[in-house]
Design a binder for this molecule. Structure first.
Ligand code: AMP
Length: 113
């Protein structure tokens, strides 16, 4: 757990969140400022700063997160959804703990803005 990391504190239960799913490796919760009718985030419990910090040692948790995304989406009855991870300021990353946005429930444009 990294000091002063919002998502480490959420994963540890120190800051309240609206939980969607949890296991020993990852935590999923609804976004506080949803950008679609369904918008949740999936994060590893271990601190990884972003996709840019994924490597051979920590990539198993990323594979696991994608299994969790598929499972949770099935359970929520989502037939179509978008998975996004912003890396760095220009891409819009505001929280520096790896997270995957899962957005669903409305038409989406491509390319994203
Ligand atoms: P990003 O801007 O890609 O780093 O995504 C960070 C996301 O975290 C944004 O969509 C925020 O709305 C969301 N967020 C920030 N604080 C919280 C919180 N306390 N609970 C749930 N979602 C949050």
């Amino acid at each position: 757990m990294k000091n002063d990391c919002l998502f480490c504190a959420i994963a540890a239960g120190e800051i309240p969140s609206s939980k969607v799913y949890e296991d020993e490796l990852c935590y999923a919760f609804f976004d506080i400022a949803p950008q679609a009718p369904v918008h949740f985030l999936v994060i590893p419990k271990e601190h990884i700063g972003s996709v840019a910090e994924v490597n051979g040692d920590n990539s198993p948790v990323v594979a696991h997160i994608f299994e969790v995304i598929a499972k949770v989406a099935r359970e929520l009855g989502l037939e179509s959804y978008r998975v996004v991870s912003n890396v760095g300021e220009q891409a819009g990353q505001s929280v520096h703990h790896l997270h995957f946005h899962v957005l669903s429930g409305r038409d989406m444009t491509w390319p994203p803005g």
